[in-house]
Design a protein around this ligand. Structure first.
Ligand code: TYM
Length: 373
């Protein structure tokens, strides 16, 4: 009740149906976070639920925190800094130190990332591609981009046809190409089309991974279709496209695949893959979960027009107080305020400016409408 009183005020009228339920869930979770009583969260390659505790994820997944020292080394070899590193949006890794060592020793490395073409891409989905392009520019490496039309067809909850996933592969490839990768060093492919070149390696991988293993890693059960059970072999396969070490920039939800890869790679005479993991750009409907293309009000699409972007931002979950008077008295909470989080994540590059916005907003001098503007 408190949560609703403090946060919803006029905004509740904007939400309908599933979005309303999502908004209420987020409000409740934000409230619990503030009260220090948040529930468990869940991160898998297919869902992100609850308020993610990234420190705990590092422990649960067994990855390494991206330390200041390692970041400095990466920045120094790259010859320039990157916003997503500086703001700790990339926060965790596997074997990044070995990648840098290979680079210094002249062996080089290659980059791999991907997209599940289930619909239009959101701002969250494009973030790893921007970072991958930066790494490519700075380290002059090959980039492989997998479009997993097979995976998205097989995911039963999505209800997509073969034609749908083909269409979205094409559309998403255009958005990815627009990021501006080096055309001489970049390969974008669709699983259904490129399968014949991958299949021998896919089979070798599949033979090494039994059902109880993928059941434990991905939570599959006896009702999971056999396509989904086989699919991980495709996502793992790309890490074996070259004999050099592979570095995968992605959000941390994709890490379970790399865990399996790292257990089998050396038996094939390949390197264990390295990875650099990002946090999730928060959903517009609140601090819980990631933006989701299947919930239109939670996300902004790359092809959305200005009017609609504006409308969504102005309805976004706010850490402000219900009335201007209260806001001026109590101040806003930037840690749950989605517009502030978005500025911090991606949109405000100027460190001094973001510090000032945080201060002004927390003190109540800056209003919710102003931060959204
Ligand atoms: P997909 O299409 O779910 O997501 C594409 C990429 O976007 C990342 N991501 C996000 N990053 C920041 N904020 C968010 N809110 C957010 N939501 C998603 C994902 O981690 C991913 O990097 N199975 C994969 C496709 C794939 C892949 C790969 C991804 C195949 N091979 C190798 C990364 C690396 C998928 O469905 O991604």
């Amino acid at each position: 009740e408190n949560c609703l009183k403090n946060r919803v005020s006029g905004r509740i009228n904007f939400y309908r149906g599933r979005d309303l339920i999502q908004a209420l869930k987020s409000l409740n979770e934000a409230f619990l976070v503030e009260m220090g009583q948040q529930d468990e969260f869940k991160v898998t390659p297919w869902t992100v639920e609850g308020v993610v505790d990234y420190e705990k994820l590092i422990r649960d997944f067994g990855t390494e925190p991206l330390t200041r020292e390692l970041k400095d080394r990466l920045v120094s070899l790259a010859g320039e800094d990157h916003l997503l590193l500086r703001r700790s949006i990339f926060f965790s890794h596997r074997d990044l130190d070995k990648v840098l060592h290979d680079y210094e020793a002249g062996r080089g490395f290659f980059l791999y990332t991907g997209r599940g073409p289930s619909g239009p891409m959101t701002l969250g989905h494009i973030i790893p591609f921007y970072f991958t392009k930066w790494l490519q520019d700075r380290f002059r490496c090959n980039v492989y981009i997998e479009l997993t039309d097979d995976e998205k067809f097989l995911e039963e909850s999505r209800n997509l046809t073969i034609e749908d996933v083909r269409k979205w592969s094409f559309e998403n490839a255009l958005d990815i190409a627009a990021v501006g990768f080096d055309t001489n060093r970049t390969f974008i492919f669709q699983d259904m089309e490129y399968v014949r070149n991958m299949y021998p390696m896919v089979l070798k991988i599949a033979k090494k991974v039994n059902f109880s293993w993928v059941r434990a890693v991905f939570g599959f059960d006896a009702s999971t279709n056999i396509g989904m059970i086989f699919y991980p072999a495709f996502q793992i396969c790309v890490t074996f496209f070259e004999k050099r070490r592979c570095l995968i920039p992605a959000a941390i939800d994709q890490d379970p695949y790399w865990r399996i890869q790292r257990d089998i790679a050396e038996s094939f005479g390949y390197h264990k893959t390295a990875a650099i993991h990002s946090k999730f750009l928060p959903s517009l409907t609140g601090p819980s979960g990631k933006m989701s293309a299947s919930q239109p009000e939670s996300a902004i699409y790359l092809n959305e027009d200005e009017k609609s972007v504006r409308r969504k931002i102005f309805q976004a979950f706010s850490g402000g107080q219900p009335t201007v008077e209260e806001h001026k008295r109590l101040g806003g909470n930037p840690d749950v305020d989605v517009p502030y989080q978005w500025l911090h994540f991606f949109f405000e590059e100027d460190d001094e400016k973001i510090r000032r916005i945080r201060e002004e907003y927390s003190s109540g001098r800056m209003l919710s409408g102003e931060i959204k503007e």
